[in-house]
Design a protein around this ligand. Structure first.
Ligand SMILES: NC(=O)c1ccc[n+]([C@@H]2O[C@H](COP(=O)([O-])OP(=O)(O)OC[C@H]3O[C@@H](n4cnc5c(N)ncnc54)[C@H](O)[C@@H]3O)[C@@H](O)[C@H]2O)c1
Length: 366
């Protein structure tokens, strides 16, 4: 059994390791929860794959009421949220109650939001069960739901009481979801820690086995960014590296009614574009940029068929909610492990970056 890693986010503790259950058992019996009843939110998949392990290891939770929602982003909406509120109401949850979110980013985002709004706010704990959840969604306090086809349109900032991460939950996670989370791990290295980037990129995705290490460093990086800028006034924007074009790609594909792509894959393509723009605009060295292009192409892949969407992707980039006025602002790399926010980028650069990606996708030598 590996040691338990503890990270202080500045607002709440984050525990990482297969041994989180002992800590969770003690945590929920603290004085501050003396009057609390516990509720567990799961989706059908985390119910099947993760709840039995939680119940077996944390006897204190065995009598907690469980609310189960259908899986998938399409259910991260106001009607599922109402279903959770109704459940809590029917079960007489009061303001001392605590909601434990056991699942991926959909469960922690929506559970956090349901908790933040129920009776003007009850407390919640996150036990994330996907790689994306463990390194990203469950930490940082952004909670919310999608609305009218717009992602995360409705939401608030509300921190969990604690986040407990068991990397063993990843054993049942489909490959596609592992790769998607891995793209964000790459992002953490690129934006703020060259040593971590070398650690990640020295072996292929398939050869990585020490997920606890990859998760721990990612969580440290995300929480250190959030600590200095909890409500995204400025510096938190470094986390958007690859996301301006990544989101635009996701929206374009959604609008076209084509098969949705994973968030991580879209962000990976966005990171290649942003790296290309960094090379042109910030003098990121060719050698550094080549490492990024090659590693992402080989280990995540570049989305095929982008040429058909080129114009629409640009329209969506222009409408990105992170822009200021009509300026298109990107997070770019001045070097590996060193991101700079608020870089103004023009249409020509974006088009060139997309063309570069389209060529790279079609080439066979990476
Ligand atoms: N709040 C934030 O800061 C933040 C950051 C990143 C992403 N997000 C949000 O997170 C969501 C994406 O997260 P996600 O990728 O975890 O999606 P998800 O919650 O839909 O999980 C992906 C799939 O894995 C299943 N699953 C969960 N745990 C499993 C396990 N241990 N074994 C097998 N299957 C399992 C789920 O049921 C689902 O089908 C998006 O809604 C995104 O907006 C939020």
């Amino acid at each position: 059994v590996r040691d338990l890693k503890i990270i202080d986010s500045g607002f709440y503790p984050i525990y990482i390791g297969e041994n989180i259950y002992y800590t969770l058992n003690n945590f929920i019996q603290l004085d501050r929860y003396k009057k609390s009843r516990f509720f567990i939110l799961v989706d059908e998949n985390s119910h099947k794959h993760c709840l039995p392990r939680l119940n077996e290891k944390v006897s204190f939770l065995q009598n907690a009421k469980v609310v189960t929602i259908p899986p998938g982003e399409q259910h991260k909406n106001i009607s599922t949220c109402a279903y959770i509120w109704n459940f809590l109401t029917r079960e007489n949850a009061d303001r001392h109650s605590v909601l434990l979110n056991l699942g991926g980013g959909v469960v922690t985002d929506m559970g956090g939001f349901a908790a933040a709004t129920f009776k003007r706010g009850i407390r919640y704990i996150n036990v994330p069960t996907t790689l994306t959840g463990q390194i990203d969604a469950a930490i940082g306090g952004k909670v919310g739901i999608d609305h009218e086809n717009l992602k995360n349109l409705i939401g608030v900032f509300k921190n969990p009481q604690a986040v407990l991460i068991d990397p063993d939950f990843l054993e049942t996670l489909p490959d596609e979801d592992m790769v998607s989370g891995f793209a964000e791990i790459i992002k953490y290295g690129l934006i703020s820690d060259a040593t971590f980037w070398y650690f990640i990129s020295k072996v292929s995705f398939d050869e990585h086995s020490d997920w606890q290490q990859l998760i721990s460093r990612s969580v440290e990086i995300k929480s250190s960014v959030v600590k200095v800028d909890p409500v995204e006034r400025k510096y938190r924007k470094v986390l958007n590296f690859g996301h301006t074009i990544g989101h635009a790609i996701e929206s374009t594909i959604l609008e076209a009614g084509a098969k949705p792509v994973s968030h991580g894959k879209a962000v990976a393509t966005g990171m290649i574009c942003a790296t290309y723009i960094s090379e042109k605009k910030l003098n990121l060295s060719r050698a550094s940029a080549m490492q990024v292009y090659h590693y992402i192409k080989e280990n995540i892949g570049i989305l095929p068929g982008l040429a058909a969407y080129r114009e629409r992707i640009f329209d969506f980039v222009l409408n990105d909610k992170k822009n200021e006025g009509d300026k298109v602002l990107f997070t770019l790399l001045a070097g590996l492990g060193h991101a700079i926010i608020n870089q103004e980028v023009n249409r020509e650069m974006i088009e060139n970056a997309l063309d570069f990606c389209i060529d790279l996708e079609g080439s066979h030598d990476g």
